[in-house]
Design a protein around this ligand. Structure first.
Ligand code: CO
Length: 137
């Protein structure tokens, strides 16, 4: 089965300023906020179900998102596709030559199992795989 787009993530320097833009300029309802300890980021998620927009802001320097912001500035950080069985997907991707950042799943926003695929060999886009119920609202 072809996976669908779970969310796109945008790296921002100031979460509150970015939220203000999405709410006041683009007209989104207020987002759901979460601190994802394992990834050392604060997130603001707009929308529910598939196709959400996730703003991510580092909570500490020297983390991957902080380095991304330093090097590339604000902008698209990754896309996330939903998979049914993340361990199986990681094994399949590896067998097909994809460059995995995470060999085994980690815990991401919403408590879902996640893993990242390197942008090299993924047409320049960091790709997150996610298994787990999206917030059912
Ligand atoms: Co994500």
């Amino acid at each position: 089965m072809t996976p669908g787009l779970d969310h796109v993530a945008i790296a921002v320097k100031d979460l509150d300023v970015a939220i203000k833009y999405y709410v006041e300029v683009l007209g989104f309802p207020p987002p759901e906020l979460e601190v994802v300890e394992e990834q050392k980021v604060r997130t603001a998620i707009f929308g529910h179900g598939m196709g959400r927009i996730e703003l991510i802001c580092p909570t500490e320097p020297d983390t991957s998102v902080a380095k991304f912001l330093e090097k590339r500035g604000e902008g698209l950080h990754h896309i996330c596709v939903e998979v049914k069985n993340i361990e199986q997907s990681l094994a399949d991707l590896k067998a097909k030559g994809a460059q995995l950042i995470d060999q085994t799943p980690k815990i991401g926003a919403g408590g879902a199992k996640i893993a990242f695929v390197h942008p090299k060999g993924a047409h320049g886009v960091l790709t997150e795989l996610r298994q787990g119920a999206t917030q059912a609202k």
